[in-house]
Design a protein around this ligand. Structure first.
Ligand SMILES: [Zn+2]
Length: 100
């Protein structure tokens, strides 16, 4: 009755194989899809409180936007222009006027 012994061995082998394959698959799924990471709760992100809505001015020379308080200003014909630097301010010759 060798067939019965082989059958038992086959069943045992299949059982062991299933267990091993299951462990391997579990290991792979842990590797590729880590599910043990704890979900971080809380959506509150520390935001730097803005001192106030400060309007940004565009430097007419280089196109840079600067805050009015930190810009270099120049008033031409009663109109104030804002520049990123004194260099841009010095380059500025006044508002563009259309000929004609
Ligand atoms: Zn500039």
């Amino acid at each position: 009755m060798r067939i019965i012994l082989e059958a038992v061995i086959a069943v045992l082998a299949i059982t062991v194989l299933r267990a091993v394959i299951g462990m391997i698959m579990k290991g792979f799924s842990d590797l590729f899809g880590p599910s043990s990471s704890s979900s971080a709760g809380g959506a509150s992100r520390p935001q730097r409180p803005a001192p106030g809505p400060e309007p940004l001015k565009k430097d007419p020379m280089c196109g840079t936007f600067i805050a009015a308080s930190s810009s270099v200003q120049k008033t031409v014909d009663g109109e104030t222009f804002y520049f990123c630097s004194a260099e841009c301010r010095d380059k500025f010759r006044g508002p563009v006027r259309k000929a004609g």
